[in-house]
Structures are given as C-alpha cells and as structure tokens.
Ligand binder design. Structure first.
Ligand code: ZN
Ligand code: MN
Length: 501
C-alpha cells in the first residue's frame, strides 16, 4: 500500500501597522510591560466603539494582491463568539461569509530526492482580516497557580490565509511558508518575526491511502495548532504522517468512521511529537453574526488601482524578470531574490551601472554575500554601495583592470572603511588603481622586457617546462606579473610560451 500526504495550511500574519485594527493603541511588541497598550475598545469595555484602521486594511489588500487573490468589492465584519480569558469581549471581530479576498495562488518551487525541480501551485481559498486576541501566560514553576493575561496584543490586525489542501509533503509546506514570508516582507506588510508571533501556522494533515483493490481511503484529519517556526511545522507534519500511517495499519480507522473524527493536536518540539488537544472536533458553533458597530467596507476600482500602484514587484515575477533582463540562471536569480528586496535592489543597481548582469551576479552572490555574512551586516549597512561596485565591475568590462585587480580594490575599499568608517566614493577606485599601478598594461614593450629578464633568471624552470612540466610556467607568470602590475595574465602566459619556443 502506498499513500499521498494531503496538507492544507492556515497562516495568521500580523500586519505592520503602528496602531491596532479598531483603536489607536500601539501594536509594539512589549512583553515586559503587559496591559499598558490598551483602551476601552481593545479591553472590550461596554459601549466602546471600534473604528477600522484604514492603513491596516490597505496592507491587507496588498497582501491579498500579492497572493493573486480576487478582492471583494463589498466586505463586512462578523463577531465570532467564544469564551477565553485572553478575549475580554467574549467575541473576536473577524470575517465569516464575505471575506475581503478569495481565490488566489502561490507557486512554490521544490526539489525532489532525485534533484528534479518542479513547481507546486498552492491555491489560496481565502484571506480574511481579523483582530488578534491577547496572550495567556501560565505559571512556569509548574505549580500552576499563577496564570496571567497580557492584552497588549489584543486588537493587533491579522490576515488569516487559508490554503486549499494542495501541499503534498512536509518539505513543500516549509517551502510554501518560506515563499510566503519572502512575499510578505517584500511587500512590507509584515515583519514575519516568528519569535514575536507575527507569523503563526496551523497545519491540517491526513493521508490518502491506496488500497490493494485500487480504492482509496482517507485517514482522520488532524489539525496541528500554533506552529511558530518553519522547522517545527516540517517536523510536526513528518511526525503526523508516520503516526497516522502506523495508526491506520493498527486500527484501520478511516475519516468518518466511529472514532474517525477530525482531531486537534499540539506539537512538542522537545519530544518531536504531536499530542492530542481535542479528540472529537465538532463543527464549532461560533454563532457568527455581522458586527453592528462596524460599517461594511466598499472597495472601488480606483482605490484598488491606487494600492496596486504603491506595490513593489513581488518576488516570483522578479525572479522571471532577472532571468530575462540580465540573463541570470534561475539558480542565481533565486539566490539574489531570496535574500530579500533590498538585496535584489542592490543587485539591479550594480547590474545597471556596470552593464553586465552576469558579472554583477557573480560578485554579489559570492564576494558581497561572503563579506556581509562575515560582518553580520544587512546589505543596507554594507560599505561598498551599489554605484561603487558597479563602477568597479564596469572597469573589468572595459578591460581597464583585471578581475584579480578588481578583487584587490574591493578588499582595499573594505579595509579603508574598517579604518575610517567613511563610505568609500566611486572616485577612490581610480585613485587605488593609479597608486598601485593596477591598470592593464597595454605596453607590450614593458611585458616583453620583464619576460626576458624573468626567463634569464629561471633557467631551471624554463628547462622543466620544455621537458613537459606544465606547472613550471605558473611561477614564471607570477614573477612577470609582479614586475608589470596590471598585465593581463592570459597575454603574459601566451608571450612566455612564445618566448620559450
Ligand atoms: Zn485599544
Ligand atoms: Mn483566525
């Protein structure tokens, strides 16, 4: 018997607003000072009136457009009633039957075990907006008598993104989350800081098992709640797949059988296991009804166009364009785009200045990435600004300096920054090239003279080379290059071989 893994995700994303969704309280992460960012609205005091945060709604629309969703022209707010200590109103303001957006997709590239790349299109069922709840903090002494509630987070704007069950492995689920995080940070709608709970994931997992008689059966669906890291999501799904397979072989219980209800589980990262939270998950009755305190939202084509015009290019089309505009390999385009928007902007500025996308990509994916990693810097903090690197690489293209000399200048610019903390200007390049005599020497007379001198001093190396020891020429080239800085090594090599004939 074989099986398919069926996974759908629900992701809650905190939008990056200054203030909460229905009041003016700050959304800053402030766990050391609980309950200071509150007011009658987010405390749920009687008579308080919520007012929609316009900027928050615009960020939500941007998010949905990035997910290729349809935006509803009419959307409304609903009360989802349930009791929990971190929800003082007794209901959450959310969206029920008319979410502000629906029917989108995210394409995720995955690599199979055999190394084949493929694209999985993950359909987005809906994305709706809602307010976050507060946070319960339970006594960690284990005596269990000191639970506290922090309502600083209550009323933070969220977008809940619900996928269709289109993911087929734990790795695909992780890749989807990585691509989603990249998209949301590109669009500037969320910081996606998982430690601070800005992105939280629930995973619905079950198996479709192929029976020997050709029929297929499904195992009971399990929803693993509140996964707060990509790695935990992947691990929890891997565990669930194995657990459901073992259980099916042991009991034969299918979805819909007695004992085959949908269940809710948590994930314990220390044990690497999921554990049961609620066994028999009935369709919860939240008694949704339209919130009478809030007016519906109408979205016009003009407003949509305005939001679209403010959006940057999302990562997926930008990868395609880097491939088309700069002839980058899909691999290089992905490496650059996946470093984030500012990094990709840096690449484009360098490529435009030097006029050679491939050269720019080589330097940026190797030298720049290595230096920023070593220095633990973001690309915005990196001392060599894109116009400076672009100018330097342009000099290689124009055959004014060799790649080796350009590396020397690159290193010198960084050393100068380390010593002076001054961001180097492009004019420093010519100064260093002149001072160090790095300009490519076209004067073949100087090269010829150096070769004659070097060959005269190295009779043994010359003899070795003539006897077939190819390596002997390396030392000769090195000596000539030291005498004539900036000589093109390929030219020197050819001239030495000619001189020894
Ligand atoms: Zn408030
Ligand atoms: Mn929700």
């Amino acid at each position: 018997m074989s099986y398919d893994v069926i996974i759908g995700l629900e992701v809650h994303v905190q939008l990056q607003t200054q203030t909460k969704i229905f009041c003016g309280c700050s959304t800053a992460f402030n766990p050391d000072h609980p309950n200071v960012q509150t007011c009658p609205v987010c405390l749920g005091l009687p008579g308080a009136l919520p007012v929609l945060n316009r900027h928050g709604f615009q960020l939500a629309v941007k998010t949905a457009l990035g997910l290729n969703c349809q935006i509803a022209s009419f959307t409304k707010w609903d009360r989802k009633q349930y009791f929990y200590p971190d929800l003082p109103k007794g209901y959450q303001i959310s969206q029920f039957d008319l979410p502000f957006s629906h029917d989108g997709h995210v394409d995720v590239e995955t690599t199979s075990e055999s190394g084949d790349k493929s694209i999985r299109r993950v359909r987005i069922l809906r994305a709706h907006m809602e307010e976050d709840a507060g946070k319960n903090m339970h006594d960690e002494s284990g005596r269990g008598r000191d639970s506290k509630v922090d309502l600083n987070r209550a009323g933070t704007p969220l977008v809940e993104i619900v996928t269709q069950p289109d993911l087929r492995s734990a790795e695909e689920a992780r890749r989807f989350l990585e691509e989603l995080k990249l998209l949301l940070t590109y669009l500037g709608v969320s910081d996606c800081n998982m430690q601070e709970g800005s992105l939280r994931c629930d995973a619905n997992v079950n198996l479709h098992i192929h029976q020997p008689d050709g029929s297929r059966v499904a195992t009971p669906i399990v929803e693993v709640k509140n996964l707060n890291s990509f790695r935990f999501t992947e691990q929890a799904i891997l565990f669930e797949v194995q657990r459901q397979w073992d259980e099916f072989q042991r009991t034969g219980i299918k979805l819909g059988d007695k004992g085959g209800h949908k269940a809710t589980r948590g994930y314990n990262p220390d044990r690497g296991e999921t554990y049961i939270l609620r066994e028999k998950e009935e369709a919860a009755d939240y008694r949704y009804f339209p919130d009478p305190d809030l007016v519906p939202v109408l979205v016009t084509e003009t407003q949509l166009a305005a939001i679209r015009s403010e959006m940057c290019e999302p990562p997926a089309p930008r990868r395609e364009r880097f491939h088309a505009d700069y002839q980058l390999t899909p691999y290089d385009a992905a490496v650059i785009i996946d470093q984030g928007r500012l990094f990709a902007d840096y690449f484009e500025a360098v490529a435009k200045t030097c006029g050679d996308g491939k050269q720019a990509a080589n330097w940026i994916t190797q030298d720049v990435l290595r230096e920023t990693k070593q220095r633990d810097q973001s690309i915005a903090e990196f001392a060599i600004r894109p116009e400076v690197l672009g100018t330097l690489l342009g000099q290689i293209n124009q055959k004014r300096i060799t790649i080796k000399s350009a590396r020397e200048v690159f290193g010198d610019l960084l050393t100068e920054f380390d010593e002076t903390a001054a961001i180097p200007a492009a004019s420093r390049i010519d100064e260093i090239v002149t001072t160090k005599g790095l300009a490519i020497v076209e004067d073949t007379g100087a090269i010829d003279a150096a070769i004659t001198a070097v060959l005269g001093r190295n009779a043994k190396a010359v003899a070795d080379f003539k006897e077939g020891n190819q390596k002997a020429i390396g030392a000769l080239i090195g000596q000539v290059m030291r005498e004539v800085k900036g000589a093109d090594p390929q030219t020197v090599r050819e001239k030495i071989i000619a001189a020894m004939q």
